[in-house]
Design a protein around this ligand. Structure first.
Ligand code: FES
Length: 159
């Protein structure tokens, strides 16, 4: 399926609409950045420029916020983003073996995106569901008690 490419005009319109919906207050910056990230797949320079004008916040500040949060990206990402919890409780529960299996299955290391732009593999700190560690999240779906053997089956849900 071809990937839909948003031209700058679409990006500006998306940003404008979000600011109108949520309001231009600074407290809305992070929620708006999340929305932009999920609509466009990442936060482009054009989106930052438009957001800066609409919210009256310097582009440099928006950029620093967008690069601070791991779930936000200023670079294009794959169609499916896998977040793997690397905090201690998940690690102790067997996370290392799951992480190794994930990297082998995808042929990716931490922070990489596959050449076909299908997958991006990132790590995250505790997601607050340590009781079911090891935990990974694909897009918005959380998987708990994951074993290395389950990894191929989980990935196949996204073929
Ligand atoms: S340590 Fe992994 S969810 Fe808390």
């Amino acid at each position: 399926m071809p990937v839909e490419v948003k031209v700058d005009q679409d990006v500006r319109k998306i940003v404008r609409t979000l600011v109108e919906e949520k309001g231009p207050e600074k407290a809305e910056l992070i929620p708006i950045l999340h929305e932009i990230n999920s609509e466009l797949g990442y936060i482009s320079d054009e989106a930052i420029k438009e957001l800066s004008e609409r919210m009256n916040i310097p582009s440099s500040h928006i950029y620093s916020v967008a690069t601070f949060y791991r779930m936000l990206s200023t670079e294009p990402r794959g169609r499916h983003v896998i977040q793997f919890c690397e905090s201690a409780p998940c690690h102790v529960a067997g996370g290392r073996l799951v992480w190794e299996k994930l990297q082998r299955e995808l042929g990716l290391s931490k922070g990489e995106t596959s050449e076909d732009e299908k997958w991006s593999l990132i790590t995250t700190s505790c997601l607050g569901v340590c009781g079911v560690g090891p935990v990974l999240v694909v897009d918005n779906n959380i998987y708990g008690n994951v074993t290395p053997e389950q990894v191929p089956g989980i990935l196949s849900n996204y073929e």
